[in-house]
Write a protein of this length. Structure first.
Length: 209
């Protein structure tokens, strides 16, 4: 088996640090987030598909998710998507308008709520399905004590500004403020972009194991 199959290359269109995508109107989505009862956050978080230790006490409401951690091309709507679609789609569209993709796909879409004092531990997104889509954050609720590390530098992302981040390098988040941090986090890719040459051999190799 070739090294390219064992270590898939990243999409060259992805940022290697951060890429500011511009302002987004978050008013309706932010209001919807503020109206979510605690028991709903707890129930959605208990059933989420992204249960990783590095996320620590960060809770999630997942709207769309991949079918297979090795392949970004298959994804599905989660139960919360129909209720939230009306407030999510305008924000998603505004955030990615600069990419100008004719057939843009959102394989993963979720809210991430980090409590005050919370952390997301240093890590790299290692599943192969994370290699190709852009990883984008839209802060909805934040405070000046929220610090994110991407691309070898610390950043503070203000509310209402969409930003693509490098999820393939070491990254972490600390909420050193006294309020919760809530981000809309999603992935986005161009369905018309030629697929990498390593993809099918990589999937076949995984199926053979």
């Amino acid at each position: 088996m070739s090294h390219a199959v064992l270590s898939p290359a990243a999409n060259p269109r992805k940022t290697t640090s951060i890429r500011k995508l511009g302002p987004v109107d978050i008013a309706a989505l932010r209001a919807a987030v503020l109206a979510v009862p605690e028991h709903v956050w707890d129930a959605e978080n208990a059933n989420k598909p992204n249960k990783f230790e590095v996320l620590d006490t960060t809770r999630h409401i997942v709207f769309r998710f991949i079918d297979n951690p090795r392949d970004w091309r298959g994804s599905h709507d989660c139960p919360a998507w129909p209720q939230w679609r009306g407030v999510l789609e305008p924000v998603l569209a505004q955030a990615v308008r600069g990419f100008d993709y004719g057939r843009g796909i959102f394989p993963r879409v979720m809210l991430a709520r980090m409590p005050r004092g919370g952390v997301i531990h240093p890590h790299i997104d290692t599943n192969p399905a994370a290699k190709w889509p852009h990883k984008i954050h839209v802060p909805l609720l934040t405070n000046v004590g929220v610090v994110s590390f991407f691309g070898g530098q610390e950043h503070h992302f203000p509310a209402g500004g969409a930003v693509e981040v490098n999820n393939l390098g070491p990254h972490w988040v600390h909420n050193r403020g006294d309020t919760d941090r809530v981000h809309l986090i999603f992935e986005y890719y161009d369905a018309d972009q030629p697929e990498p040459s390593w993809l099918e051999p990589f999937l076949l190799a995984g199926a053979a194991r």
